[in-house]
Write a protein that binds this ligand. Structure first.
Ligand code: NAD
Length: 316
């Protein structure tokens, strides 16, 4: 198949032994990348180890003429993260693409969730992202090139029942990606977030019989593009679900400025505060943080100037 190539590029895919990660690893390797397939195996709740998923994917890649190496460290510890990235650097001498995709699920209502279940999920999804980004990022900056893809979820954007641990972690990776995008911009390093959905073992217990086609192969090309040299975006979030590819974005209403507020003023202005007819977006890169502050200051200053011009009479 003729598609964008990854010749001479080295990719790391965490959780690359099954489901979505396996599809990413196979696609990248099929397009010429050398791939570190990281996966300690184990159950959906992250309780056990099993080297075979990573080994199986490496066998599949090499049988098709590609190049890959298995790594079975866990992303859940700083040492594991370092070892995963070291595998790429020691074996192939570089790291161009990092896809943090590893994941586990432990369900419980917010009333009942244990700290153990909270920590275990945050360790893999969110701390795990930091554990691999932290060693990969300086290597990418030094090389003047890098593509980072972190994995969020619909649950990270909108929440979901019985997964407070997962929702927290999946929202958190967006913050990490945004900072990597800002700090990486001067060094040729781009970082984005994928919000995937596919029928994998994570769908266990859900009746998927009425779903449209929803395999991991419908998500993999989006991650492939985010990992490719031609990727033109950074600090963004792409959604890929059942063949729909879209951008998710944080928007704000213009808001209402007043030089002082009472509690009842807030309530009285709520429909204008929430008015979505003209929304504002502050792209993360080059300076969403600064733009946000300048926009708010601008409203304050405009009103102050107008007050001066009208001799201190402030029109509502
Ligand atoms: P999956 O269970 O099929 O694959 C996840 C892989 O991560 C497994 O092979 C597992 O062994 C590995 N893993 C678990 N703990 C690990 C650790 N500590 N270190 C390294 N690897 C580890 O699940 P999937 O559906 O392919 O999910 C992949 C990613 O996509 C996850 O981050 C998940 O949260 C996210 N996601 C999936 C869906 C979906 O619909 N399937 C929706 C939203 C987000």
């Amino acid at each position: 198949m003729s598609d964008l190539r990854f010749d001479d590029r080295v990719a790391v895919v965490t959780g690359g032994g099954r489901g979505l990660g396996r599809a990413y690893a196979l696609l990248l390797a099929g397009q010429g990348a050398k791939v570190v397939v990281n996966d300690p195996g184990g159950s959906l709740t992250g309780d056990s180890d099993d080297a075979s998923p990573a080994d199986d994917v490496v066998r599949e890649i090499t049988a098709a003429g590609g190049e890959a190496v298995a790594n079975t460290d866990s992303v859940a510890t700083p040492e594991g993260g370092k070892a995963i990235i070291a595998t790429a650097l020691e074996r192939y001498g570089r790291i161009d693409v990092l896809v943090h995709n590893a994941g586990i699920v432990r369900r419980a209502s917010l009333k009942e969730m244990t700290y153990d279940d909270f920590e275990a999920v945050v360790d893999v999804h969110l701390r795990g992202a930091f554990h691999v980004v932290r060693p990969a990022f300086p290597a990418m900056c030094d090389a003047g090139y890098g593509r980072i893809v972190l994995t969020s979820s619909i649950g990270g954007l909108y929440g979901n029942h019985e997964v407070a641990n997962y929702a927290v972690a999946k929202a958190g990776v967006i913050g990490l990606s945004n900072v990597a995008a800002m700090e990486g911009a001067a060094h040729g390093v781009k970082s984005n977030v994928i919000v995937p959905a596919a029928v994998t073992r994570m769908a266990q217990g859900i009746d998927t019989s009425a779903y449209p086609p929803m395999g991991p192969e419908l998500v993999a090309p989006v991650v492939g593009w985010l990992g490719h040299e031609s990727c033109s975006i950074t600090g963004e979030i792409l959604v890929a679900l059942a063949g729909r590819v879209a951008r998710a974005v944080v928007t704000e209403t213009p808001g209402v400025y007043r030089p002082s507020w009472s509690i009842s003023d807030v309530g009285e202005h709520m429909s204008a505060i929430r008015d979505m007819s003209e929304t504002v977006v502050f792209p993360v890169v080059p300076d969403g943080h600064g733009e946000h502050i300048r926009y708010s200051f601008g409203m304050a200053r405009q009103t102050a100037d107008a007050t001066r011009e009208t001799g201190g009479v402030l029109h509502a």
